[in-house]
Design a protein around this ligand. Structure first.
Ligand code: NAD
Length: 340
C-alpha cells in the first residue's frame, strides 16, 4: 500500500520512519510546508517527496497520515475524506469545537475512516490499567491521579499554534482517563500558572496546569501537566480503588527520586521525551492503522473520541479563565448530534 504523510516535523518524522519499515507499506509520499524538510526525510528513508499536499492527492495514495501543525488538521481531514481515503491524524482534530465537528461531519458523510493518534491506548501500562479496572481487581475506583510533564518545553513558535496546555498536552490525560476507567467526565475545575519561562505568558498560555475532573460514577481524577520538568519526561497514572491501587509509568526510567532511606534510587537514565517513552505505542497505533486500511480490524480510536477529549480540554480552559467549575454539558457546541 502507498501512504501519504503530510507534515514531517517531530512526530511526522517518527511516523514516517515507522511506516517506511512496515512490511505491508510499499511506499510513502512525504510533504511538508517546508519542502526541504520533507525532501531530506524522503531521501533518508528512500521514499518520495512531493512539493505539496495537492500532488499527493493527485498522484494517488491508499491512505493519508496527517501530522502537520494542529491548525491544518481539520481541512486536510475533510479533503482526504472527500477523496475517500482512510486517515490517521494526530491529536487534536482542531483547536475548536466547530472545526472538529465540521471535520467529523465530512468523515461521516464520506463514510471513511478517521483514526486519531491517542497512542497511550496502545501503551502496555495503560492497557494493563484498563484491564485491572474492568476485571474489578481494584474494587470501586475512588481516585485517579494523572500527570504529564515535559523535560524541556517545545519551541516558542509551537506555542501559539498548539491551542494551549489543556488542548495540546492534557488532552492525552483526558482521553486516557476516559479509556482506562470507561467513564465520562461530567464536571471540571481547572487552573494554571505562567510563572515559568516568559514565552508561555507571551502566548497567553500556561506552563503548568491542573484539572480536577468528576466522572459520572463519582470517581475523582486529578490531571496535572508541566512544560518544564528538569528531572525528565514524566507520564504516570495512579488508580486507587477500595480494594487495590496501581500505577502506570513507574519503572526504572521514571524521573522521580524518593527521599526515603529505603526508597528506590533515582533513575540512572530517566525518560527524556515522548518519542522515547511512547515509541512502541506509536508503532503499535500505526500497525493498527495499516490493519484498519486493509479492512482487517475496526477503528481503535475514532474522531468522536477526540471530540470528547477536546470538550474536556475546552471545559478546563473555560474553568481556568472564569475561575469556576464547568459542567461538560456547557461545552456541547452541537456535539450531541455526533453522540446520538
Ligand atoms: N500523539 C502525540 O504524542 C503527539 C506528540 C507530538 C505532537 N503531536 C501532534 O502532532 C502534530 C505535529 O506536532 P509536532 O510536534 O510534530 O510539530 P512540528 O512543529 O515539529 O511539525 C509540524 C510540521 O507540520 C508542517 N506543516 C504545518 N502546516 C502544514 C501544512 N498545511 N501542510 C504541510 N505541512 C505543514 C510544519 O512545517 C512542520 O514541519 C500536532 O498536532 C501535535 O499536537 C502529537
Amino acid at each position: 500500500m502507498r501512504i501519504g504523510v503530510i507534515g514531517t516535523g517531530r512526530i511526522g518524522t517518527f511516523h514516517a520512519n515507522t511506516l517506511s519499515r512496515h512490511r505491508d507499506v510499499g511506499s510513502l509520499i512525504l510533504t511538508d510546508a517546508d519542502p526541504a524538510r520533507a525532501l531530506e526525510l524522503a531521501q533518508r528513508l528512500g521514499e518520495t517527496a512531493a512539493p505539496g499536499a495537492d500532488e499527493i492527492f493527485r498522484w494517488g495514495v491508499d491512505a493519508m497520515v496527517i501530522t502537520t501543525t494542529t491548525s491544518a488538521h481539520a481541512e486536510l481531514i475533510g479533503r482526504a475524506a472527500r477523496s475517500g481515503l482512510p486517515v490517521f491524524c494526530e491529536k487534536p482534530i482542531a483547536l475548536d469545537l466547530p472545526g472538529t465537528l465540521h471535520a467529523l461531519a465530512e468523515v461521516e458523510a464520506a463514510g471513511t475512516v478517521l483514526q486519531m493518534g491517542f497512542q497511550r491506548r496502545f501503551d502496555v501500562g495503560y492497557t494493563g490499567a484498563r484491564e485491572a479496572v474492568r476485571s474489578g481487581r481494584l474494587g470501586r475506583l475512588h481516585t485517579v491521579r494523572a500527570t504529564t510533564s515535559d523535560r524541556t518545553p517545545p519551541p516558542a513558535e509551537y506555542l501559539p499554534l498548539s491551542g494551549g496546555l489543556f488542548r495540546d498536552t492534557l488532552i492525552h490525560d483526558f482521553d486516557i482517563a476516559r479509556w482506562v476507567t470507561g467513564r465520562e467526565v461530567v464536571e471540571v475545575y481547572a487552573t494554571g500558572s505562567d510563572a515559568g519561562p516568559p514565552m508561555f505568558r507571551a502566548a497567553g498560555d500556561v506552563d503548568t496546569g491542573a484539572a480536577l475532573l468528576t466522572l459520572d460514577d463519582g470517581t475523582l481524577v486529578t490531571a496535572t501537566a508541566a512544560r518544564l520538568n528538569g528531572a525528565g519526561y514524566d507520564v504516570r497514572m495512579e488508580l486507587a480503588g477500595e480494594r487495590d491501587q496501581i500505577v502506570v509509568g513507574l519503572d526504572d526510567r521514571t524521573p522521580i527520586a524518593s527521599t526515603e532511606p529505603t526508597g528506590p534510587p533515582a533513575a540512572p537514565r530517566p525518560w527524556t521525551g515522548f518519542l522515547e517513552r511512547f515509541g512502541p505505542a506509536y508503532e503499535a497505533e500505526l500497525a493498527a492503522f495499516v490493519e484498519v486500511v486493509r479492512g482487517e480490524r475496526a477503528n481503535p480510536c475514532d474522531g468522536r473520541e477526540a471530540l470528547q477529549a477536546l470538550r474536556i480540554a475546552e471545559a478546563c480552559e473555560r474553568s481556568r479563565r472564569e475561575r469556576r467549575p464547568v459542567r461538560l454539558a456547557e461545552i456541547a457546541g452541537g456535539a450531541e448530534a455526533v453522540f446520538r
